[in-house]
Write a protein that binds this ligand. Structure first.
Ligand code: FAD
Ligand code: 2HG
Ligand code: ZN
Length: 463
């Protein structure tokens, strides 16, 4: 199967075949046009595509894949290109199948509380569509304006609402997808109960484009909360943050988000994006919590917080602009950290909740043991035991700090990928999270569905 050494675009018979399928305008070969598809969001990973092809629907996607099979070409699915592990950009010579035109959105099925969406629909567009019908989609994340339904399914994305609704895995009722041989599986009926054989949609969820290209999905929706209140709570440590989380979970009906940020992260966001510091005094750790409800939950939240002596200060935001100001402090982290300099080391890890304080304490120590000048910024989703350990300073290609943190996570019984996936970044560390039998079973599934290793070569499996 060819990845590198493709013929020049003008003479490439595959490019001609793809143009016949989707039209000349939707096969990009000009470097100025393909560039945006060839470098990832972090600027850490990039490679040339043989071409970028933008099919209009599932049928065209299937014919495109069959043409790639005929020409023995590697295929890489791409959605919003917001992935953080290098899995969504070419490594050299793949045909990039962009889902940018798969943006169909069926009317919300208000009886089932479900919707069928094209893979290229952004998460923001899905939220708007669901809200207009009185529903909410359960997954939300800072990249909502670009990240797509297909990309979030392929990575089993988490985000800031997992504590309330679960991750993308919990929202997927079905998918339509093109498999590596060009066949199409379509399970979009949204049946709540359907036990006919293997759960292929679940298998594709989190498969990072290695088993199929998702073209449409049937998604679970939730009743839209009538009221929402956010609060930033200052505490002294990650252990205290955990104490606040467990207390609030018991005290309020609908805890919709519990996000951790630190003094260092807040300073970076304020420096990079402007805005004001939330408190007069700096505090080591802050929790951004959001509570929703049919009735206004502000009083219930205030009463619960008043019962928590570890909370040193609190900023409550009930109206949308005030809430947005608090959320900017949290969601501005990824951009602010990337603005500091060369791509940071981005380690997205989870541990059992009781081990979270130990991870937060020891991760900076194991990094400092290797590089005393490195800056470690911790933030993440407390309720999920998920910390984003971002390390600024060490050369992006020097992975000693990555290994040290991953080994610590493994020692604490955690996962080296909580929500971003393996991509190409974490290939060398899969063994820290899955034993040999487990990895062999995954490999056999890959080989069975994609015997030529055509879909996303180099992602998830070391080739
Ligand atoms: P892409 O980046 O285009 O692709 C990601 C992977 O999915 C690649 O392996 C690609 O080949 C595959 N893929 C894409 N589309 C398809 C398809 N239709 N069929 C099969 N495979 C496909 N992630 C979280 O989990 N939680 C967060 O809170 C979060 N916050 C973020 C905040 C920012 C500012 C940024 C930049 C990223 C964040 N991410 C987060 C990471 C990223 O947004 C998610 O991984 C998201 O799911 C990627 O979606 P995408 O459409 O951009 O996919
Ligand atoms: C988030 O939770 C994302 O904001 C991105 O998962 C994390 O930038 C990161 O490391
Ligand atoms: Zn996250």
């Amino acid at each position: 199967m060819s990845t590198t050494g493709s013929p020049p675009a003008a003479a490439d018979p595959l490019v001609a075949a793809l143009s016949d399928i989707v039209g000349d305008d939707h096969v990009l070969t000009d470097a100025a046009l393909t560039a945006a598809y060839e470098t990832d969001w972090t600027r850490r990973w990039s490679g040339r595509a043989r071409c970028v092809v933008r099919p209009a629907d599932t049928d065209q996607t299937a014919v495109v894949v069959r043409a790639c099979v005929e020409h023995d070409a590697a295929v890489l699915a791409q959605g919003g290109n917001t992935g953080l592990v290098g899995g969504g950009v070419p490594r050299g010579g793949e045909v990039v199948v962009s889902t940018g035109r798969l943006t169909g959105l069926d009317p919300v099925d208000t009886v089932a509380g479900q919707v069928t969406a094209g893979a290229g629909v952004t998460i923001a567009a899905l939220h708007d569509h669901a809200a207009a019908a009185g529903f909410a989609y359960g997954v939300d994340l800072g990249a909502r304006d670009s990240a797509t339904v297909g990309g979030t399914i392929a990575t089993a994305a988490g985000g800031v609402r997992v504590v309330r609704y679960g991750s993308t895995r919990a929202q997927v009722m079905g998918v339509e997808a093109v498999l590596p041989d060009g066949s199409v599986i379509s399970r979009l009926d949204g049946l709540v109960k359907d036990n006919v054989g293997y759960d292929l949609p679940a298998l594709l969820t989190g498969s990072e484009g290695t088993l199929g290209i998702v073209t449409r999905a049937r998604l679970r929706l939730h009743p839209r909360p009538a009221h929402r209140v956010a609060a930033l709570l200052a505490v002294g440590s990650v252990a205290e943050a955990l104490e606040v989380f467990t207390a609030l979970r018991a005290a309020v009906d609908e805890l919709a988000a519990v996000e951790l940020i630190t003094h260092e992260g807040i300073e970076l966001v304020v420096e990079h994006a402007g805005g004001t510091r939330p408190f007069d005094e700096p505090h080591p750790v802050c929790l951004l919590v959001e509570v929703t409800g049919r009735d206004d939950p502000t009083d219930a939240l205030a009463a619960a917080v008043a019962d928590l002596p570890v909370v040193r200060d609190a900023a409550v935001a009930a109206d949308p602009p005030a809430r947005a100001r608090l959320w900017r402090l949290r969601e501005g982290h990824t951009e602010a950290i990337s603005a500091v300099g060369p791509p940071p080391h981005k380690l997205d890890v989870s541990v059992p909740l009781p081990a979270l304080p130990e991870l937060a304490a020891r991760a900076p120590e194991v990094v400092a043991a290797l590089d005393t000048t490195a800056r470690v910024v911790l933030f993440g989703h407390v309720g999920d035991g998920n910390l984003h350990v971002n390390i600024i300073g060490p050369n992006p290609d020097d992975d000693r700090v990555d290994r040290a943190v991953f080994e610590l996570v493994a020692e604490l019984g955690g996962s080296i990928s909580a929500e971003h996936g393996i991509g190409v970044h974490k290939l060398a560390y899969v063994g820290l999270g899955r034993d040999a039998a487990d990895r062999a079973a995954m490999r056999r599934i890959k080989d069975a569905l994609d015997p030529d290793g055509r879909f996303n070569p180099g992602v998830l499996f070391e080739d």
